[in-house]
Design a protein around this ligand. Sequence first.
Ligand code: TPP
Length: 567
Amino acid sequence: MKTGAQILIESLKDEGTDIIFGYPGGSVLPIYDVLYDSGIKHILVRHEQAAVHAADGYARASGKTGVCLATSGPGACNLISGIATANMDSVPVIALTGQVPTGMLGNDAFQESDITGITMPVTKHNYLVNDAGNIRRIVREAFFIAGTGRKGPVLIDLPKDVQTGQVDESENLKTEINLRGYKPTFRGHPKQIKSAIKLIAEAKRPIVYAGGGVIASDSSAELIQLAEMLDLPVTTTMMGLGAIPAHHPLNLGMLGMHGTEAANYAVTECDLLIAVGARFDDRVTGKIELFAPNAKVIHIDVDPAEIGKNKAVDVPIVGDAGEVLREMINLSETLDIKKKDPWLVKIENWRENHMMKYRDDKELHPQYIIEQLSGILEGEGIIVSEVGQNQMWAAQYYGFKSPRQWISSGGLGTMGYGFPAAIGAQFAKPDETVVLIAGDGSFQMNIQELGTVSQYNVPVKILILNNMYLGMVRQWQELFYERRYSYTELPQVDFVGIAAAYGIPGLKVEDKDDVEAALKKAMETDGPFLIDFRIEREENVFPMVPAGAAISDMIGCHIPDKEEAKR
Ligand SMILES: Cc1ncc(C[n+]2csc(CCOP(=O)(O)OP(=O)(O)O)c2C)c(N)n1
């Protein structure tokens, strides 16, 4: 005989789980008791929100499924923002929650919350387990659902009596997965793929718009191969950064609200848009009617619900991006598709004259810090961001070389995500340098995780771009609300002092000239390190497409010098 908790842990191990981020409580005591000597590593975070973000960061860095665990009621509710974050960015996460005993469900029992009800719209699927005998099947299904098709979070709610329930497994070990209604499409339709190639052959001004789906499906090699074979310029979304190296001659950089001028102009002028694993998000398209207005559209996506959701499509292809791109490569090899010369010359011109720029003077500009970091790490390492200006500067100025190097909350834009996600990423990739780029606002949303970093000596390098503002909101107030900085100013904080209280070394940097040495010191230090960069307070993220405008209507492309800016 085995208990439900024992079967749970065995099943997790069968799925390859070797680490769980969690926080205990009354209704998960049976699970914690089995975990105690199970061989699975458990990382005790300081807040359940951090557990789910860490599992998410672990998943994004490794490509595996992350697992988190929380008690019922408040513990489970603290997972919600993190589950929603993973759902928006299609990240495979399993959230395990304790629940009151089945006989008390619906009774307003102590620490009861209807977590399957609450998370229904933000999970790919969820389960309330009513019998210990179902746990093995459910865990298998949950991992299958989370990690296939369009990936996403799955929650398993485990009432306490189900955890302690006894099961005689001798004849019940068969766990074939047979899910009616869930059969993700893997291979693209051959006829559609042929039509796509025909459109590419006919196009004079094609461009690839690559999103997070390319990273999630590990198909960046195929993307680059196809682009190089057919001379296709590529722009990526923020979620797609790293799908093609930053300095690749065909890469125009990020598009959208804070994208490069080059990418936004090219998309506006293209006659064929090849969307791969991207979902035409409003932060990318701006005014949708003016997004690639003269282009035919090919849309490759594993999720049929995305096709035609925001933009009409000429050739829809439902399937795994890697699988579809491989088929396209095979077909292209037999064709003679000419180089699109005048278009490539124009692209090259845009690349040379319209990439990112900022006022590089004596002040401490955040963009300079990111450029220095990129130089010191030679574009390697894992860069995790918080949300706001810090996120955009990191996305704009770091020279990512490969996929899974950039970890950031895209769809939900969750402040407080970055720090715990960086911890999770570091556990996934213990030999990589993991750097957190944070704003002073976001960092204070999960600052308590300094405790986790300190307890496990997680060697994350924490870089705070400290402007004493909720910077991105302040920027919108400056530009669109007549500089009325309503509740966006933050008092100064001694972050180095706080880190020191947790036994974590740090440095405060106020001068541009000290940036390089400080970054080098952080990288050379074994274990965690924090740098509090006191940056130019009212620096803005440019270029910027105002909300609702066409992406070719960017502001801030001309960078004024200081005197000009004052006028
Ligand atoms: C949980 C959450 N609350 C509020 C917001 C709205 N928001 C977006 S950016 C931002 C400011 C971020 O400030 P900070 O972390 O200091 O970064 P900065 O923009 O200054 O780099 C806010 C409040 C959000 N994205 N997430």
